[in-house]
Design a protein around this ligand. Structure first.
Ligand code: KIV
Length: 272
């Protein structure tokens, strides 16, 4: 029996997440893309499950998050939502679904909520999308902001390096975080920025800051395949691997192949 089974299924809400920051309690967030894994992650006691558009990378094998479609995100989100009782489930709005116009962003957000059954959405960007963010929140949809390394803008940045190391970009990030808070976001993800800047943002806004590669924050988020060691070649400085699942799976699958080949599977007790 696992040591990490949470029987309490009382649903986590936006109010609870904001209260956690007020109470000085850290928020745990992890990506998940399918039903079976969602059940495991939820029962372990995760606060927020993110159906990230990193599904484009880790589920579909793309180099960036740009190719994933709204239909594919809804498919992943609906699968996760079916497996979750307690955690708050947030889904990324994919590239191109909210950048063109405010109206289109609201329409796509409403569709994603209605068809997927998640509890809220995450959008990348600050001032440039603030009217869309306000419109989506006005439609009754909880929104998480995302600043710093925003992977949907990878071609603008020219890579996946640390963002906001220079003063001008750091100042804009501070302003954007404030704008997102004022717009009504209930949390913000800060990705791959200096730890000192992340601390300044945490202190300057009252909503929780969830970091990834941003040092200490009000909470942390990681991609599940990365933290379980399934992506063996991917070891950035910010990543802590909590298991070597890739190696464990390789052993188990290799053993299965060997048992099939030598005829030891199935045995009598495994036959009808
Ligand atoms: O898509 C994703 O997985 C994310 C996290 C890395 C924050 O946005």
């Amino acid at each position: 029996m696992s040591a990490y089974i949470v029987e309490d299924t009382k649903k986590i809400t936006t109010q609870k997440i904001i209260q956690m920051k007020r109470d000085g309690k850290k928020i745990a967030m992890l990506t998940t893309y399918d039903y079976t894994t969602a059940q495991i992650v939820d029962r372990a006691g995760m606060d927020i499950i993110l159906v990230g558009d990193s599904a484009s990378n880790v589920m579909a094998g793309n180099l960036t998050t740009l190719p994933i479609t709204i239909d594919q995100m809804i498919y992943h989100a609906r699968s996760v939502a079916r497996g979750v009782k307690r955690a708050m489930v947030i889904c990324d709005m994919p590239f191109g679904t909210y950048q063109v116009s405010r109206e289109e962003g609201i329409r796509n957000a409403v569709r994603m909520m209605a068809e997927s059954g998640v509890d809220g959405l995450k959008l990348e960007g600050g001032e440039e999308i603030i009217d869309t963010v306000k419109g989506i929140i006005n439609a009754g949809i909880p929104v998480v902001g995302h600043l710093g390394l925003t992977p949907q803008s990878v071609y603008k940045f020219g890579g996946f390096g640390v963002r906001a190391k220079e003063e001008a970009e750091a100042d804009k990030l501070m302003k954007d975080a404030k704008l997102l808070e004022e717009a009504g976001c209930f949390a913000i993800v800060l990705e791959k920025i200096p730890a000192t800047l992340c601390q300044k943002v945490c202190q300057s806004i009252s909503i929780p800051v969830i970091g990834i590669g941003a040092g200490s924050a009000d909470g942390q988020v990681l991609v599940i395949q990365d933290m379980l060691g399934m992506n063996e070649g991917f070891k950035p400085k910010f990543l802590r691997q909590y298991a070597q699942l890739g190696a464990i799976m390789n052993d188990a699958i290799g053993q299965y192949i060997s048992d099939v080949k030598d005829g030891s599977f199935p045995n009598e007790t495994e036959s009808y």
